[in-house]
Design a protein. Structure first.
Length: 54
Protein backbone atom coordinates (compact mmCIF):
# COMPACT_ATOMS: atom_id res chain seq x y z
CA UNK A 1 0.00 0.00 0.00
CA UNK A 2 2.80 2.53 -0.57
CA UNK A 3 0.76 4.06 -3.42
CA UNK A 4 -2.18 4.92 -1.13
CA UNK A 5 0.23 6.43 1.38
CA UNK A 6 1.85 8.51 -1.36
CA UNK A 7 -1.58 9.74 -2.46
CA UNK A 8 -2.39 10.79 1.09
CA UNK A 9 0.91 12.63 1.33
CA UNK A 10 0.25 14.47 -1.94
CA UNK A 11 -3.27 15.32 -0.81
CA UNK A 12 -1.95 16.66 2.50
CA UNK A 13 0.68 18.74 0.69
CA UNK A 14 -1.95 20.17 -1.68
CA UNK A 15 -4.17 21.15 1.26
CA UNK A 16 -1.22 22.76 3.03
CA UNK A 17 -0.30 24.76 -0.07
CA UNK A 18 -3.91 25.88 -0.55
CA UNK A 19 -4.14 27.00 3.08
CA UNK A 20 -0.79 28.79 2.82
CA UNK A 21 -1.97 30.67 -0.28
CA UNK A 22 -5.20 31.63 1.48
CA UNK A 23 -3.29 32.85 4.54
CA UNK A 24 -0.94 34.89 2.35
CA UNK A 25 -3.88 36.52 0.57
CA UNK A 26 -5.45 37.42 3.93
CA UNK A 27 -2.14 38.91 5.08
CA UNK A 28 -1.95 41.16 1.99
CA UNK A 29 -5.55 42.33 2.44
CA UNK A 30 -4.89 43.08 6.12
CA UNK A 31 -1.76 45.05 5.18
CA UNK A 32 -3.69 47.01 2.53
CA UNK A 33 -6.46 47.95 4.98
CA UNK A 34 -3.90 48.85 7.65
CA UNK A 35 -1.93 51.16 5.34
CA UNK A 36 -5.13 52.75 4.03
CA UNK A 37 -6.23 53.39 7.62
CA UNK A 38 -2.92 55.01 8.51
CA UNK A 39 -3.32 57.40 5.57
CA UNK A 40 -6.85 58.32 6.62
CA UNK A 41 -5.63 59.09 10.15
CA UNK A 42 -2.73 61.14 8.76
CA UNK A 43 -5.05 63.20 6.53
CA UNK A 44 -7.43 63.85 9.42
CA UNK A 45 -4.53 64.97 11.60
CA UNK A 46 -3.19 67.26 8.85
CA UNK A 47 -6.66 68.73 8.40
CA UNK A 48 -6.99 69.29 12.16
CA UNK A 49 -3.61 71.02 12.39
CA UNK A 50 -4.30 73.24 9.36
CA UNK A 51 -7.72 74.31 10.66
CA UNK A 52 -6.86 74.68 14.34
CA UNK A 53 -7.60 78.08 15.86
CA UNK A 54 -4.52 80.21 16.25
Amino acid sequence: MPDAEGDQEREREQRRLAQETKNERHMWWWLAYFLFGIHIVAFVMIYAVMHAPK
